[in-house]
Design a protein around this ligand. Structure first.
Ligand code: 1GP
Length: 240
């Protein structure tokens, strides 16, 4: 079964998914094996690799190292077209729907198309919605777009619906890496209740309580990066 079919099946079975986000700029390749011992004891089901930037072009190297230490599916979560590598299993083909910057609505995608055509990567068309996480995030700076305010429920819902209607297979509600306020439960609930495609939620989730809240509100897949970077012991709270 391909990765998307697995996500759909999990949604159907109400089985919740957790992705560990690894930022190639911050990844410690020497410690990858011991990091993954913890990942494997936890409920993590997917590995996302990406960041708003990858100044040293480390993505391919980092993905190769990860591939050597895990069988979990590796999904690229690229900040730009330079982060594409055939070494991963799939790619979130992102459209920054909350913004109005053509660069992230269509230009990067057009540049990426011929590169992707020559890879085996499974392509996951994803509507990416940046929501205010109470901090100016790297996504915001790099994309030069503004996040949607958390209390603008109508705009968030309509943006997500527009994504589903235009054929996205996933919607990603993103508070931004390192957000101090994660996407509110009420937002996840509203979007999950009105869409039929799976919902990804990430940004600022640092506790088991926040993770459970996102799942219980309707997130199908939650993404956590910073909390694991700051303290690998967080995996101990997420044991299988
Ligand atoms: C960022 O949603 C991810 O794109 C994860 O965010 O690093 O805050 O966990 P954190």
């Amino acid at each position: 079964m391909n990765i998307y079919q697995n996500i759909l099946q999990a949604k159907k079975d109400s089985k919740k998914l957790l992705a560990v986000l690894i930022d190639p700029e911050k990844a410690n390749v020497e410690k990858m094996a011991s990091f993954f011992e913890k990942v494997h004891q936890s409920i993590a089901t997917h590995i996302f690799v990406g960041g708003s930037t990858d100044k040293n072009n480390d993505t391919e190297k980092v993905v190769s190292v990860i591939k050597n230490v895990t069988d979990l599916p590796i999904i690229l979560f690229p900040g730009d077209v330079k982060q594409i590598t055939n070494k991963a299993d799939a790619i979130l083909f992102l459209t920054l729907l909350s913004g109005r910057n053509p660069e992230y609505l269509i230009e990067q995608q057009v540049t990426a198309a011929p590169i992707l055509k020559n890879t085996e990567l499974e392509i996951l068309p994803t509507g990416y919605i940046l929501i205010d996480g109470n901090i100016e995030t790297a996504t915001q700076k790099v994309s030069n777009t503004k996040p949607i305010a958390q209390d603008n429920l109508n705009l968030i819902l309509n943006t997500a619906l527009a994504g589903e209607f235009s054929g996205k297979k996933l919607i990603y509600l993103e508070a931004g890496s390192g957000a101090t306020v994660p996407v509110d439960a009420s937002i996840i609930n509203l979007v999950a209740n009105n869409l039929s495609i799976p919902i990804i939620v990430g940004g600022g989730i640092r506790s088991k309580k926040q993770l459970d809240s996102a799942f219980n509100s309707g997130a199908d897949l939650v993404v956590i990066g910073t909390a694991f970077e700051n303290d690998e012991n967080f995996f101990n709270q997420l044991k299988k």
